[in-house]
Design a protein around this ligand. Structure first.
Ligand code: PAF
Length: 283
């Protein structure tokens, strides 16, 4: 039976015991309501490391006013089952008070990388992500940590934070996992009504079309953004937050598609904000 612990002290104790036995430790930070996307991160960690810790914590600090903190789906029982089936060894499921004790007032923030894409419409989001992830890294002290490419900006931000703050962890990005019809797996997909679920396919449709255009030689960002925007706008339930082309390392806008480039979109389907992307490396 997989162990579920709720305190920092218990995680430290477990990891310390493993370390004494010379075991390597992989870590998958999550907000729970796990799906096949998370499962692939856990499976990668289990493959690469002797032990795997999964954190399940809906981090209040990364939700802005009016966002879905309260309604964010939660199901620890189902998460525990998925972690166990996938071979993880420990779940860390703290209460907010355990992570943010009374008087908490220290934060990890970033000047670059967070101005574009999701940082524009979610101004406090990455400060919350950087703060909680650096805390989790300090608690678990893993050798390797696994993040999904679906949150590509988050992946770039975490890589930058780890380099800038000399955190001794290897950050590993894992590919987007999709539903059979193309929709990127997300805990937020559960918010969609049947009609919205159909409409949400417009995201992957524009992503696949955009990727094909780049593969066929399109290099002008404006042209690509326009083509993808036109596709998304054919869906009446879709409202675009952004369609953008940025350098994957710096998350700065680029006019031309060259080097490692992130093409990312965020689209409201009804009230639900969904994201998707592709990364190309154009020599
Ligand atoms: O990607 C997520 O689920 C969250 O942003 C993370 C990395 C677990 C931090 O709360």
């Amino acid at each position: 039976m997989i162990k579920v612990v709720h305190t920092i002290k218990e995680v430290r104790q477990e990891v310390e015991n493993w370390r004494k036995e010379g075991k390597s430790v992989g870590f998958v930070p999550t907000m729970g309501y796990l799906h096949e996307g998370h499962q692939s991160l856990i499976a990668n960690s289990v493959k690469d490391n002797d032990k795997t810790v999964v954190s399940v914590f809906v981090n209040p600090m990364q939700f802005g006013v009016g966002e879905d903190l309260e309604s964010y789906p939660r199901d620890l029982e189902k998460d525990t089952k998925l972690c166990e089936e996938t071979g993880a060894d420990l779940i860390f499921n703290p209460e907010p008070e355990e992570m943010y004790a009374k008087g908490f007032c220290s934060f990890v923030d970033m000047n670059g990388l967070t101005k574009e894409l999701c940082g524009k419409s979610r101004p406090i989001h990455f400060r919350g992500v950087c703060t909680v992830v650096s805390k989790l890294f300090n608690i678990v002290r893993p050798d390797k940590a696994y993040f999904g490419q679906k949150d590509a900006q988050q992946l770039a931000v975490i890589k930058r934070m780890v380099a800038d703050l000399n955190i001794a962890v290897e950050v590993i990005g894992c590919p987007i996992i999709r539903e059979e019809d193309g929709l990127a797996k997300s805990s937020r997909n559960t918010y969609l009504s049947a009609e919205e679920r159909k409409a949400a396919l417009i995201l992957s449709k524009s992503i696949f079309a955009g990727k094909k255009m780049v593969e066929e030689g399109m290099r002008d960002s404006k042209e690509l953004i326009k083509a993808m925007t036109d596709i998304i706008n054919t869906e009446k339930l879709a409202k675009i937050d952004y369609v953008d082309v940025v350098d994957f390392e710096t998350i700065e806008k680029c006019d031309k598609i060259q080097g490692e480039t992130l093409v990312a979109i965020a689209v409201y389907i009804g009230k639900t904000r969904l994201i998707d992307n592709f990364i190309v490396d154009v020599k």
